[in-house]
Each structure stands twice: as C-alpha cells, then as structure tokens.
Design a protein around this ligand. Sequence first.
Ligand SMILES: [Zn+2]
Length: 64
Amino acid sequence: MTININALDGLTLPGGCEHCQAEQKIDANWGGRGIHRIAITHDNWCPRINGSNRAARRAARRHR
Ligand SMILES: [Zn+2]
C-alpha cells in the first residue's frame, strides 16, 4: 500500500498518546525530499513530557 504523505501535509489528528488528549501533526517536508515526520503535541500535564516515571506519577496525581 502506498500513502501519498504530501496529500496529508499539515493535517492534525487527535490521539497519539494514551495519557492525554494529544494531537499529531503531519509534516510532509520536514527533513527535505522524502523525509517526513509526525509531531505529537501533548497536553502540559502529560506524564510523557515530564521526564522520569516518578515525575510522571506525581504529575498524574496532581492533575486529578
Ligand atoms: Zn501525552
């Protein structure tokens, strides 16, 4: 199956993280020709962007 990534450039999709309401943005021309990435933006409180597991647990508790 072939996906035309250029057709999806700039598209933002919900999801990408099991902890928060993350969004995934498709950047079709990130690194030049043929190189793309999907950037995931996490919520500020998300344990995935808060370093160690201990910090993550603390962050999760604080959020609740
Ligand atoms: Zn997240």
